[in-house]
Design a protein around this ligand. Structure first.
Ligand SMILES: *[C@@H]1O[C@H](CO)[C@@H](O)[C@H](O)[C@H]1NC(C)=O
Ligand SMILES: *[C@@H]1O[C@H](CO)[C@@H](O)[C@H](O)[C@H]1NC(C)=O
Length: 174
């Protein structure tokens, strides 16, 4: 009888232990390599879920400004819902804002935050998102000079008086 009682208590404790520490899936970024998102475009950043989830889980995410500042430079969701049963990967779309400012490359950090105990955080738990700087403006079109040179040559051939810019142009393009 006493042995039975102990068995019951042991089973109760076991139950308690299981209830306190359920097995939860681990969430990590699919890759630790820096993601580059040009201004005015969006890109997917993906999370890998390892292990079975009992049901849908809401994964909390946090963006930390470095040189890129939200929401002027980027928008990134603060959570994503994972629904088990299909792929073990869930992706988030991040947008780099087109701000038409000539600026150097900027970045921010995106991190998996602790949830409601329904997932554990694996590694990598953060990723750096880079927004490359705007490309330098294209060189000026050389057509304007070519047209002016042709006009000057025409004047020269007609024996007309050559204004100063023409003399310079023809000097450079004989
Ligand atoms: C992020 O930006 C900072 C400051 O602009 C820079 O020092 C750092 O190297 C950048 N990190 C990456 C991974 O590009
Ligand atoms: C980012 O992830 C790396 C590798 O998983 C880890 O060593 C580092 O502590 C993390 N940094 C932050 C700020 O969470």
């Amino acid at each position: 009888m006493t042995a039975f009682l102990y068995l019951c208590i042991a089973l109760q404790l076991l139950h308690l232990t299981v209830a306190i520490a359920p097995i939860v899936p681990t969430v990590s970024f699919e890759s630790s390599s820096t993601v580059s998102i040009p201004e005015g475009t969006s890109a997917d950043v993906c999370l890998t879920i390892t292990g079975a989830a009992a049901g849908p889980i809401t994964i909390l995410l946090g963006a930390t400004d470095q040189s890129a500042i939200a929401p002027d430079d980027y928008t990134a969701p603060s959570s994503v819902t994972y629904i088990p049963g299909g792929s073990n990967i869930v992706c988030i779309s991040i947008t780099a804002v087109q701000d038409n400012v000539d600026e150097p490359s900027e970045n921010f950090t995106y991190t998996i935050l602790a949830g409601m105990g329904d997932y554990a955080i694996g590694a990598p738990s953060n990723i750096t998102i880079t927004i490359p700087g705007a490309p330098p403006p294209p060189p000026p079109c050389p057509c304007k000079d070519r047209i002016a040179t042709l006009a000057c040559k025409h004047m020269e051939n007609n024996g007309e008086y050559l204004p100063m810019p023409c003399r310079e142009l023809l000097g450079n393009n004989p």
